[in-house]
Ligand binder design. Structure first.
Ligand code: GLU
Length: 322
């Protein structure tokens, strides 16, 4: 039995890009006759808001998407809100601490330390990963930071190896995890759990065997696979959906407001228009026409989904609002 999931972070309203990924995830699970689980990734207690959780579920329902299990529905694998699952993350961290091939360490570096190191003349990349230079600085400053009472984060010393996997859309991937991801945080200095640990622990615990999500997480998958191996668990199949870009070719962010489902609903856009636009952007229909959810599912085929990002234009937005 296929068990897929959608895992929104209730840090804002869902935008068209989130909806597009949710639609693909839903269609893939439906076509396989599988189950679809709604998990709420609300471990970031500063940014997650109960009102957004309510809104996100309403937004998905507005499109007609329903889930078999999860938030507001319940099921055998609950609780479905990550902030209620921290005992599992604690146990997982302990398991990793005992693991013969996994090395965890306390990191005392602040964001400022990391930023300064990254802007040093020798720094090679604009998006620095935590690597040897950071480890060295951490070792150097550790004692002073401990004495000053600084709480550490817990990081995983990423093995220097290539991880390969096959994404159902993007194809075969080979990622050097140390270079691409570096020593990822598992538990933050403020005690909050990090996404990379929680997502793997929950997908394993909830028996998820199909992960559909935005392709901004394609590289992170390699780090997740390091954790699957450490937990001796079978990884799910992965399908990363290329992103929807705004009119300027930038990735759409929730804070941009205008592209959220709630904003569209408030301006009286019909859900069939949103579905029609999403289906068009996914190459499931040749023209912009309103569509029912059942029709989208009928047209859905993985082969048709574009492997490149889709850029929104002002014409699309005008059509949505027409
Ligand atoms: N919570 C993540 C997000 O909202 C999704 C992560 C995942 O699907 O693995 O972007």
């Amino acid at each position: 039995m296929i068990r897929g999931r959608f895992a929104p972070s209730p840090t804002g309203y869902l935008h068209l890009g989130n909806a597009r990924t949710a639609l693909v995830a839903w269609c893939v699970a439906q076509q396989a006759g599988g189950q679809w689980v709604m998990r709420i990734e609300d471990i970031d207690r500063d940014r997650s808001k109960a009102e957004y959780l309510t809104a996100n579920l309403r937004e998905l329902r507005w499109l007609g998407l329903t889930w078999d299990e999860g938030a507001n529905v319940g099921g055998a694998y609950g609780p479905y809100e990550q902030h209620k699952r921290t005992n599992l993350y604690e146990a997982a961290l302990e398991q990793l601490e005992q693991h013969p091939n996994i090395h965890l360490f306390n990191c005392y570096l602040s964001r400022k330390d990391l930023r300064e190191l990254a802007s040093a003349p020798h720094a090679s990349s604009s998006t620095p990963v935590y690597g040897p230079a950071e480890r060295e600085l951490n070792a150097h400053l550790k004692e002073a930071k401990q004495q000053a009472g600084k709480q550490p984060s817990v990081r995983l010393a990423m093995p220097d190896k290539n991880i390969s996997f096959t994404d159902e859309l993007a194809g075969h991937q080979i990622v050097n995890v140390a270079e691409a991801m570096g020593d990822i945080v598992l538990k933050r200095a403020d005690g909050m759990w990090a996404y990379h640990l929680a997502v793997v622990v929950d997908d394993i615990a909830m028996n998820i065997n199909q992960v559909v999500r935005g392709d901004d997480l394609l590289t992170s998958t390699a780090a997740h696979l390091v954790l699957y191996e450490a937990f001796d668990a079978v990884p799910p199949s992965y399908l990363h959906v290329p992103l929807l870009l705004d009119e300027n070719g930038e990735r759409i962010a929730k804070r941009q407001g205008g592209y959220t489902l709630t904003a569209l609903q408030e301006s009286d856009v019909q859900p069939e228009r949103v579905l029609g636009f999403l289906a068009y952007s996914l190459n499931l229909q040749p023209h912009l026409e309103p569509m029912e959810l059942a029709e989208v599912l009928g047209q859905f085929s993985l082969e048709r989904i574009p492997k490149t990002p889709f850029q929104l234009t002002s014409e699309h937005l005008a059509w949505l609002a027409s």
